[in-house]
Design a protein around this ligand. Structure first.
Ligand code: FUC
Length: 772
């Protein structure tokens, strides 16, 4: 029977994909969203990620040896530090004068000498180390399968040796704060292995009693900053049957029926200015509590917690038989255009990654989420806030994962403290400022060099996510909570904006258009378009927030006056949106540069909209054409989002084909900058969602840019601004039904193509619309 089904299934799927009866098929018939492979991971980017927002692991699924590479979100090098250059404040007037006189190289040299942070780099995110399980010889293993089920957030490995079926299951539980691994087989007494820990960190491995491995270590030194983080990882081996023995630094299990491993880690980090925590006490407490529960109750608590988030959104972009293949093979073939389920899987994988790497009480997702095997990963796996960190959160609100935004909001709150120090000592300004990067210590001074770091608008961009938190929830409590950060960010710019000599516009100076060099041998400039767009958003949102809270009348007036004087968006001679105050774009050394900073105004910003400002939208389109479709992972994802906001789903889909190709997607579906950088996963997911639904204050647009490649499908549970949940069903390329649920009760304009409808929806009620 099974064989008959296996044989019939691809045929049935092919008929369904061609016909129009797809909508009667339930999601269950294609099974849950799963990544799967027919061999163990060799490279790190083949291993499967698990995480609970605090602990992360990469599971390799080896036959002779299982490697679980472990992370803890607060294990970073260094300790509390303040990198502001004491000479910066005195040097800035001269820097500004040089910029105004177009002496950009000289300005950049002076910035290098006097303004950049000390140390020049920030601290790296580091690894805990590996848990290694060595198994008896399995050279004859058959029927190997390794997978990650996104519906349950459980990774599994199974294979048969000498007629015995072996299974490993692993998950990272947020409610119980442990990673749980179960080793089992279909015959009793067959589980034997030796467990030990290994790490490149300064650490020592030992055993504690008969059943526990302990790794005690500390975070590294970096850039002259002493490592101040202490950490501890613990693994408790709970065997049923067999014999468990401990040696000095390893534990062996012989002939058990089944074994559960409980893994945890903790550090001494409490806050960016406090490392007085006790990692041993924390690890013991977590493990002690988890050890009192059975595997089944740990698993049930994990499922309830995870699925409460994950199940909020479902997506079906169409079906094809391509789903039958292993995930790495599907990635190789995605560009052939016939695997809509892989795009849906990519979308849900991003939601999975955010749930796994960004949870209340933990750190925000960094450049690699929470997964890193190195002491000094690429770009230190920090928080790069001139695009990357923001992009990590692009799919969060519409993907109905507001809780996962919480760590970002808390980080911004920290930055209002460290950034106020930087604003005061570097600029003599009120408010707070962060340049293009930050780290666990919330460092906020400009780093790396003038062409990367001399950019004061990182904090202001992050404020857009705070504003969105309020926009999506529609709750006044959120507005109250975010207002101080918006106000402080605005005050910094009120104090530091400079009058530009030619038009008397107000501009940032010094700044850069991230990280693009202009034709005069530097990136340093005044008033790059992106800054102006970010500030128009920031000031508008601060004004609205103050109005709605009924506070700060004077500040509102100052902000509207300053906003009106910011340099405007300008269209250059080639019809492009100018990246700088002057029309330099076509002469810039890297015309295909990955960053498309000046297009922020279209997305994620709100300065440009294809219906409200069609001329500027046309200029954005021209700029995109000049820049080209192919770029690094995140930059490719940004281009998808931009084409979605231009309303061109087919162009976006062509770029999606590149993003989901082996050039930009590793076998484990991690985004390839290259190297691995998680922002592309999140940006790609935001792009997919934005093809299906876009919202702005007072408006929900359904199917704004549906690609022809997905003629029939549905998405359920997306969140829209104003406190709405949106289901969209479409057939043969047309809207069948949009169902809009109001969470707070409210009015909104619905739009589909040129059709619009004003609706008022009572709290908890759903309005259904067929787009006519
Ligand atoms: C920015 C980008 C790079 C990279 C780094 C982490 O500097 O320009 O491409 O993504 O962040």
């Amino acid at each position: 029977m099974n064989n008959l089904l296996r044989f019939l299934r691809p045929i049935v799927l092919a008929i369904l994909a061609a016909g129009s009866v797809v909508s009667i098929i339930s999601a269950a018939e294609t099974g849950p969203p799963v990544l799967w492979y027919d061999r163990p991971a060799v490279k790190w980017v083949e291993a499967l990620p698990l995480g609970n927002g605090r602990l992360g692991t990469m599971m390799f699924g080896g036959l002779d040896q299982e490697r679980l590479q472990l992370n803890e979100g607060t294990l970073w090098a260094g300790g509390p530090y303040d990198p502001v250059n004491p000479d910066a404040k005195a040097a800035l007037p001269e820097v500004r004068r040089l910029v105004n006189e177009a002496k950009y190289r000289e300005a950049a040299s002076l910035i290098s000498a006097k303004v950049m942070a000390k140390p020049l780099g920030q601290m790296p995110y580091q690894t805990v180390g590996d848990l290694l399980l060595s198994f008896p010889d399995a050279t004859n293993a058959q029927n190997y399968r390794r997978d990650l089920n996104l519906d349950t957030a459980v990774a599994s490995v199974s294979y048969t040796v000498d007629g015995v079926r072996y299974t490993r299951e692993a998950f990272a539980s947020a409610p119980d704060n442990v990673i749980v691994v179960r080793l089992s087989s279909d015959k009793p007494g067959r589980i034997s292995f030796t467990a030990r820990m290994k790490t490149p960190m300064k650490a020592t491995a030992a055993t504690d009693g008969q059943d526990t491995l302990v790794l005690r270590g500390k975070g590294g030194d970096s850039g002259g900053i002493k490592g101040q983080i202490q950490y501890q990882a613990r693994v408790k081996v709970v065997a049923q049957g067999g014999k468990t023995t401990a040696a000095s630094d390893e534990i062996s299990v012989d002939g058990a029926d089944q074994v559960t491993l409980l893994i945890t880690a903790a550090t001494s980090y409490r806050r960016f200015d406090d490392v007085s925590g006790d990692p041993e006490a924390a690890a013991l407490k977590q493990l002690g509590a988890a050890a009192k529960k059975s595997f089944n109750s740990l698993r049930a608590a994990h499922l309830a917690d995870y699925q409460a988030l994950f199940h909020r959104v479902t997506i079906d972009l169409g079906r094809s038989e391509a789903i039958e293949g292993p995930t790495n093979v599907r990635i190789q073939h995605f560009a052939e255009g016939n695997d809509p389920q892989l795009a849906a899987l990519y979308y849900q994988f991003s939601r999975y990654l955010l749930i796994s790497s960004s949870r209340p009480g933990g750190q925000p997702a960094n450049l690699q989420g929470i997964w890193n095997e190195s002491l000094n990963p690429p770009w230190q796996s920090k928080y790069t806030i001139n695009i990357n960190t923001e992009m990590n959160y692009w799919p969060a609100e519409s993907g109905n994962l507001a809780e996962c935004v919480e760590p970002l909001i808390v980080m911004v709150k920290d930055l209002t403290v460290t950034g106020a120090r930087t604003a005061q000592s570097m600029y003599g300004a009120r408010g707070w400022v962060v340049h293009h990067n930050t780290d666990l210590w919330r460092a906020s001074a400009p780093i790396d060099g003038p062409n990367w770091g001399m950019w004061p608008s990182g904090g202001a961009w992050l404020c857009l996510h705070l504003w969105d938190r309020y926009q999506f929830s529609g709750e006044k409590a959120d507005l109250k909570r975010i207002y101080p950060a918006l106000k402080g960010a605005s005050e910094f710019f009120l104090d530091t904006l400079q009058e530009e000599p030619k038009h008397k516009w107000l501009v940032t100076n010094p700044s850069i258009s991230p990280e693009n060099g202009h034709p005069f041998g530097a990136a340093v400039c005044a008033g790059p378009t992106m800054d102006m767009q970010i500030l128009r958003d920031l000031f508008a949102n601060t004004i609205k927030a103050a109005e709605r809270l009924g506070v700060d009348g004077d500040l509102r007036k100052q902000l509207s006056a300053a906003r009106a004087r910011l340099a405007p968006n300008q269209v250059g001679a080639a019809g492009q949106l100018q990246e700088w105050l002057e029309d330099w774009d076509m002469r810039a050394p890297e015309i295909h540069h990955r960053h498309v900073s000046h297009l922020y105004g279209l997305y994620p910003g709100h300065d440009i909209h294809r219906r409200d400002t069609p001329e500027l939208a046309a200029a954005v389109k021209k700029s995109l054409e000049v820049r080209g479709d192919k770029a690094t992972g995140w930059a490719t994802a940004w281009r998808i989002c931009l084409w979605a906001h231009l309303g061109d789903g087919d162009h976006a889909f062509e770029i999606l084909k590149f993003l989901l190709s082996p050039e930009r997607t590793y076998p484990n579906m991690f985004d390839a900058h290259p190297p691995f950088q998680i922002d592309g996963n999140f940006g790609g997911a935001a792009g997919i969602a934005d093809l299906l639904m876009q919202s702005r204050e007072g408006e929900i647009e359904v199917l704004p840019a549906l690609p022809r490649a997905w003629p029939t499908g549905n998405v359920k549970g997306l969140r829209a601004r104003g406190g709405f949940e949106v289901d969209v069903t479409w057939r043969d390329g047309r809207l069948a039904e949009a169902a809009i649920r109001s969470l707070n009760g409210g009015s909104v304009q619905l739009r589909y193509g040129s059709a619009t409808r004003e609706v008022k929806i009572a709290k908890g009620k759903t309005y259904r619309w067929d787009g006519r």
